[in-house]
Ligand binder design. Structure first.
Ligand code: ADP
Ligand code: MG
Length: 728
């Protein structure tokens, strides 16, 4: 076996698990490192506490004087817990989280050492924005930006540092992060959904969007990752294949979780408990070495923060255990990829889930209202939703092995399909008493409290109703869920806003009763949004054809998917919902395209080197062995050597041809990459990578993987899929 591969595998087999102390009662440590209500009660005055509570629950402003009190309480709490530093914690458009640590320690004018942290430091900071992506508009997105405290997401201590969740904006107020637009979208949905919820319960004061993400990931030994340049530099394998076509790796994997992995998962779960992240880990048996984390759902802004935080925590804890977490959407071609399912719903301040059917016809009408409006919103803005999950990594996942296609459709199940079909037949205008009774008893009255086909999940749909929530499955494992949540909440807000207007108009102008008006509008929405509903197999080729016939978009690569951002309809939506201005949209569009181009460029360069430095030399070395063998045959057998060595000669030729082809394509790929790199128009540049450069990387991979199949195992320098996926 190639010496590197052998060394790596031997090293792994000798590694020992690391166990942290087992904690029996998780409830005792839950949230101990979070400046939560219990901590606030203890460390801040009653007045300051009420202030922050109003800010969290009703989005009220915190008075400057109170911010000082809160800062002191927060600092005292943090220092008592051993924290020495604080940082504004934010989520710039790099996709990662950012921090700039400052010590609490300070010296007063009269040289007395003290621990200092006041309202000013809590509320606003000025990190150097120049190192974060800001899009093309340099004037507006100047190097100067500032972070501002988000009191709706609690501060926490991680690694001895008090972390304060903040937004990150430019001096002119433009968003430079994922949180700012998310908060605006959540505000929009709160306003619109509260107005609509009032049709059913006048006491509703506020509606929160909820999010329960499911994070999938691969866990690999660090040494394995370091031995593969592609995993190390691109986060995914650019070469390699599943040994047997169509092999279900899961079938081979029913063994128990190895101790080293248990050690990692245990420490991770304990840290999550301390940070107040209510997670459970599960072992996915879809692919070996693949796992899933899923928390109990929370208010969307906190859930997004928790997801961003946990990705960071996972990296750090994995490192301690000599593992590396792969968040890439498709680390291994031909093997199940990783997503981040976003389960989403709406809950009133009284704790009523608006997407949960109830026990009375009125509750069910409320459910149907929010349910149908969501479908209509997805119908109207399917392209925007697709764009919200568009990343270079996710392009590899959507539409292949156990992942939803790049076509957005809504799955609702048999029972609800029947209900919508019946509602479609509701009379126009006023309803007769008989029709009303019929509707109440036999249509909406029959929606069961718990939907029976809850378990009859269609896992092939990008956007599925799953009993009391919608599940957006197209989100990529590496993405910040803030992007998908911003779009989803914005489009549903806009839809609910329009719905309210239309219902009110029927009541005021046509004299319809409230429920009649609601039925009338819902009926029209059901008809208008039919094409987005699909109950069949989303993985099938037929669906691609059918979706095209229906006029649904199908963008398989990022530069195609992002074009929708430049549409007038998008600008109008965001302006109306007060989420983005045009400059911000444009900046995001550019940042994402540049990021895409950069990733594809890196991949092409890594592939170039791997093919040249590892694949071709291995193939030639093996070819030399074959040549020696044939020469030997000739020496021993004389004239008959040709016949005896037929297959060796074929292999020699095959290798020679493959090497020639690989070389040719590598050079062509490089020429295309160099050309693409020079294109100044970001759209055209990204397209050049997405079509021309990518096409070569696929062809080169096929050729190299062909060689992997025939070159002697002990000559092959790259760890094979079976070694990457089954070694622990
Ligand atoms: P799977 O999708 O793998 O079948 P589940 O149905 O158990 O798994 O998924 C449950 C997920 O849905 C959990 O992560 C949970 O947080 C989330 N969830 C449940 N109810 C809600 C809700 N009302 N709002 C948002 N997310 C929710
Ligand atoms: Mg799921």
């Amino acid at each position: 076996m190639s010496s590197v591969r052998f060394e790596v595998l031997r090293e792994i087999y000798n590694k020992k698990p690391i166990f942290v102390d087992k904690i029996e009662r998780r409830s005792e440590i839950f949230g101990e490192n979070v400046f939560n209500q219990a901590a606030m009660r203890q460390y801040v005055s009653e007045e300051a506490y009420q202030n922050i509570k109003n800010a969290t629950e009703f989005g009220k402003k915190i008075e400057r004087k109170q911010a000082d009190h809160i800062a002191i309480g927060m600092k005292n709490w943090a220092v008592a817990k051993g924290a020495t530093h604080y940082t504004h914690w934010f989520q710039p458009l790099t996709g990662a989280t950012a921090e700039k640590h400052e010590a609490f320690f300070s010296v007063s004018d009269d040289h007395i050492p003290l621990e200092k942290f006041d309202g000013e430091q809590l509320v606003q900071q000025e990190p150097d924005a120049a190192s974060f992506p800001s899009g093309g508009n340099r004037n507006m997105f100047e190097a100067r930006g500032y972070t501002a405290w988000d009191p709706t997401s609690p501060a926490f201590i991680y690694n001895g540092t008090l972390c304060i969740p903040t937004i990150f904006v430019s001096y002119t107020g433009e968003a430079l992060d994922t949180k700012t637009p998310l908060l605006k979208a959540l505000n929009a949905i709160d306003e619109a959904a509260t107005e609509v919820a009032k049709y059913f319960d006048k006491a509703v004061e506020r509606v929160n969007a909820t999010l329960g993400w499911e994070q999938e990931f691969f866990l690999l030994d660090k040494t394995l990752v370091h031995a593969r340049p592609d995993l190390l530099l691109a986060g995914r394998t650019l070469l390699g294949h599943v040994a047997v076509e169509g092999q279900h790796l899961g079938d081979h994997y029913f063994g128990s979780i190895p101790d080293r992995v248990i050690g990692f998962l245990r420490e991770l779960e304990i840290e999550c408990m301390r940070l107040g992240i209510p997670v459970k880990t599960r072992h996915n048996e879809v692919a070996p070495n693949q796992f899933e984390l899923a928390p109990i759902h929370e208010e969307a802004n906190r859930a997004v923060d928790h997801n961003s935080l946990i990705m960071d925590v996972m990296d750090k804890i994995a490192d301690k255990h000599q593992f590396k977490v792969l968040f890439h959407e498709k680390p291994f071609q031909g093997v199940n990829g990783s997503g981040k399912h976003n389960n989403w719903s709406l809950t009133t301040n009284e704790g009523v889930n608006l997407l949960s059917p109830g026990s009375t016809p009125m509750k069910n009408l409320q459910f149907l209202t929010f349910f149908i409006n969501t479908i209509k919103a997805v119908h109207d803005y399917e392209e925007l939703l697709r764009a919200s999950v568009a990343t270079a990594g996710n392009d590899h996942r959507l539409g292949s092995n156990e992942a939803p296609p790049a076509i957005i459709s809504v799955f609702i199940g048999d029972q609800l399909t029947k209900v919508l079909d019946e509602l479609e037949g509701v009379s126009k205008g006023k309803l007769s008493p008989q029709e009303k009774t019929e509707l109440k008893l036999n249509v909406i009255g029959k929606i069961p409290d718990v939907l029976l086909d809850n378990t009859d999940r269609n896992r092939t749909s990008a956007f599925a109703f799953t009993g009391s929530k919608f599940e957006f499955r197209a989100v990529g494992a590496k993405s910040n869920c803030g992007s998908a949540m911003t779009v989803l909440n914005t489009i549903v807000a806009k839809q609910l806003h329009d719905f309210k207007k239309e219902v009110d108009a029927l009541i005021d102008k046509k004299g319809l009763k409230k429920d009649e008006a609601i039925f009338n509008i819902l009926r029209e929405y059901i008809k208008a949004s039919k094409k987005i509903r699909f109950e069949g197999d989303g993985y099938s080729v037929d669906w691609v054809q059918e979706a095209k016939r229906r006029g649904l978009s199908h963008h398989s690569i990022v530069p195609e998917a992002l074009k929708v951002l430049l549409q007038k309809k998008t600008a109008t939506l965001y302006k109306e919902m007060k989420v983005f201005n045009e400059a911000e949209i444009k900046a995001r569009y550019e940042i994402e395209l540049l990021d895409y181009a950069r990733k594809l460029h890196i991949e092409s360069q890594v592939l170039y080197e791997m093919a040249h430095n590892m694949v071709i030399p291995a193939a030639l070395r093996y070819q030399n062995v074959l040549i020696e063998n044939v020469q030997g045959l000739k020496e021993v057998f004389g004239a008959t050597y040709r016949e005896l060595g037929t297959e060796q000669l074929n292999l020699i030729e095959h290798i020679a041809n493959s090497v020639k082809e690989i070389r040719k394509k590598l050079l062509l790929m490089n020429t295309e990459a160099e050309k693409a790199k020079k294109i100044t128009d970001v759209q055209k540049c990204a397209e050049a990578y997405g079509y021309r450069v990518k096409a070569y990387t696929i062809q080169i991979r096929e050729l190299c993987d062909g060689l992997e199949r025939i070159v002697a195992d002990d000559f092959w320098p790259l760890l094979k899929f079976r070694e990457l996926l089954f070694s622990k």
